[in-house]
Design a protein around this ligand. Structure first.
Ligand SMILES: Cc1ncc(C[n+]2csc(CCOP(=O)(O)OP(=O)(O)O)c2C)c(N)n1
Length: 629
């Protein structure tokens, strides 16, 4: 029997379907998502939770005329299946395939590119304002999760929307989860709302009743007004949003398409900003994901029958950091761990269990995380902010103004630095060397392996200044337990000196440099390898001493402003003009794909780098026979 999904050519087709058919379609979509994600990996639980919600949104609103803005965008798979990408869905998150996030270049139905959280209300408000300025006629809808609405920018958007009073619908997809259980006072508030009697009728009844309370005489009027407000706070659901200028509708069942269609239509007809509170179940329809929504938030390939991951568990930079932090924390009670809603991803889970009173999940609030750490450090604690490189971009001013300006000893454990793979351009952490090495007072380390992660973390706690340690989403080796080494800032590790060329590499690229060295040794080239370790300060003395020979800089960062730039600047500062080749990432947004596919595509695999260094040597007429005389 052919599927309804295969017959659908346009989201507007949904209007012709009965609610019964829409529920059948929901089932087919779930199967499609489950199957594809089990092969390619992806954000499973968030997508299974919004199948009905997305169908209702597309039935009521007219994409692409109406603009749908998905927050984070990790839950857009149903939207993609409904908007012309069903046949390409098998290529989800692969090189040259469709992205796992909304991507306007991919479809006119993707109104706004995302990947980072809490931007949807601001973007949607911008679109609504543009519409009003141009006297155009379309609806704008932001769909934001209860996790994402903990991010500060969401409040900035709500605040401004309440001020502008623009026609705008915000759909709050409340599943009580961020990646893990949602945290914070707002999350508690939403729980209370969920428990409250449902929907706007109740609210208007209460409001009418309150409005009928007579006001007699001035002093009494004041008391009654106060009492009314008190009652309103107690009885009117969503008063927080109402006070911000939004009409609050809800909570409603996010798996009941008919109810959602009714309320979304009402919302669309209301003047001014409206917030519809929708309750969904993360992982809906796939038992392992319903039972462990956090584990199935973002997954690699897995077996559908058992829910078991197909990947072996390996030692990674993250797991080494996790282990090393526990070790340091056992010796130093002042160490506290901070995450912005990424406890597991950043390796802080064990720490949070072992030291609950020294662990802080601040919700999706990277800026707050950094300044909160600054406050802790200002009063004698040793905070470690464990954060992904890409999300740290959010907190740049806080790093400069709140931490580094006062030289506060905050440790930044920067995970997912460099290429991250299938999450693509919004998630590659390829700018941190460039944006961090310009900041005064900050020591910036890049460990070549897990052992160095531990050494650098140990060193960070000996130093009285901010320290950033950047490491990738990759496997590594670690010797544990062992005594920690102190890694002197500004001191590189010379693994070998070469007569033909020296490769100066950072972090994970040291391993690649060693492999290139072996490859070129087969052709009698004598290549040296330097593990730079400290990007800031830089080992200028060593670099100057190596500059008689050509240098190759190798980095897992954009070339602009990265390690190669730092080396060239250092040589220039010292009046040395050397032959330097910089190999790293181009100044472009790198697509999705596995890390190995991307390395090949970018010329950063062993073969390409070896070839590129050979060409560089060729250009300088360095051939083994001549050079080795
Ligand atoms: C700025 C930023 N920080 C962290 C993340 C990582 N992240 C992706 S989804 C997510 C949780 C979002 O929760 P919610 O909005 O409730 O959506 P759900 O997955 O529960 O549907 C987090 C923390 C991100 N995308 N952007």
């Amino acid at each position: 029997m052919s599927r309804l999904l295969d017959k659908l050519t346009n989201p507007s087709d949904l209007r012709a379907y009965s609610y019964h058919e829409l529920n059948i379609l929901a089932k087919e979509i779930r199967e499609e998502i489950l199957y594809t994600v089990s092969l390619n990996g992806g954000h499973l639980a968030p997508n299974l939770g919004v199948v009905e919600l997305t169908l209702a949104v597309h039935r009521v609103f007219e994409s692409p005329k109406d603009k749908l803005v998905w927050d984070v965008g990790h839950q857009c798979y149903t939207h993609k299946l409904l908007t012309g990408r069903r046949d390409a869905f098998f290529s989800l998150r692969q090189l040259d395939g469709i992205s796992g996030f909304p991507k306007p270049e991919e479809s006119i139905h993707d109104a706004f590119a995302t990947g980072h959280s809490s931007t949807s209300i601001s973007a949607a408000l911008g679109m609504a304002t543009s519409r009003d300025l141009s006297n155009e006629d379309y609806k704008v809808v932001a769909i934001i999760g209860d996790g994402s609405i903990t991010g500060g920018m969401a409040y900035e958007g709500l605040n401004h929307a309440g001020h502008l009073k623009s026609d705008l619908t915000v759909i709050l997809n409340d599943n009580e989860m961020s990646i893990a259980q949602n945290v914070g006072a707002l999350s508690r508030y939403l729980s209370d709302l969920r428990a409250a009697p449902s929907y706007s009728k109740f609210k208007s009844n209460v409001q009418n009743a309150l409005d009928r309370v007579p006001l007699v005489g001035k002093p009494l009027a004041k008391v009654i007004e106060k009492t009314k407000n008190m009652f309103k706070y107690m009885l009117v659901p969503g008063v927080f949003f109402e006070e911000l200028g939004f009409t609050y509708l809800g909570p409603i069942d996010g798996h009941n398409i008919q109810q959602m269609c009714k309320v979304f239509s009402e919302a669309a007809a209301i003047k001014g900003p409206v917030l519809v509170h929708v309750i969904t179940k993360k992982g809906k329809g796939y038992i392992p994901a319903e039972e462990s929504p956090s584990k199935f938030h973002g997954v690699g390939p897995f077996d559908i029958e058992t829910g078991k991951s197909k990947a072996e568990s390996k030692t990674t930079f993250t797991s080494c950091f996790a282990k090393a932090l526990l070790d340091e924390a056992s010796q130093n009670e002042d160490i506290v761990g901070i995450t912005a809603a990424m406890t597991e991803g950043t390796g802080l889970l064990e720490f949070s269990r072992k030291y609950p009173e020294r662990f802080f999940d601040v919700a999706i609030a990277e800026q707050h995380a950094v300044t909160f750490a600054a406050g802790l450090a200002a009063r004698g604690k040793r905070p470690v902010v464990a954060i992904y490189s890409t999300f740290l971009q959010r907190a740049y001013d806080q790093i400069i103004h709140d931490v580094c300006l006062s030289n506060l000893p905050v440790v930044f454990a920067i995970d997912r630095a460099g290429l991250v793979g299938s999450d693509g351009p919004t998630h590659h952490g390829i700018f941190d060397l460039s944006f961090l090495r310009t900041v005064p007072n900050l020591v910036l380390f890049s460990p070549k392996d897990g052992t160095e992660v531990a050494d650098m973390l140990h060193t960070a706690f000996q130093l009285d200044c901010p320290v950033a340690i950047r490491y990738p989403k990759q496997e590594t080796a670690m010797v544990f337990p062992r005594n920690r080494r102190y890694i002197t800032p500004g001191k590189a590790e010379v693994l070998s000196r070469g007569r033909h060329v020296n490769i100066v590499a950072e972090g994970i690229m040291v391993d690649l440099a060693l492999k290139v060295q072996s490859e070129l040794a087969k052709e009698s080239f004598d290549i040296g390898v330097v593990n730079i370790r400290s990007i800031k300060p830089l080992d200028e003395t060593l670099l100057c001493s190596l500059a008689d020979q050509p240098l190759v800089c190798l980095e897992n960062n954009t070339l602009d402003g990265g390690l190669g730039s730092a080396v060239l600047e250092a040589l220039n500062r010292n009046g040395i003009s050397a032959k330097v080749k910089c190999i790293g990432l181009p100044n472009s947004f790198i697509p999705s794909g596995s890390i190995s596919d991307l390395n090949q595509y970018l010329g950063l695999d062993l073969e390409s780098v070896t070839e590129s260094i050979k060409q560089f040597l060729g250009l300088m007429r360095i051939v083994p026979e001549v050079a080795s005389k």
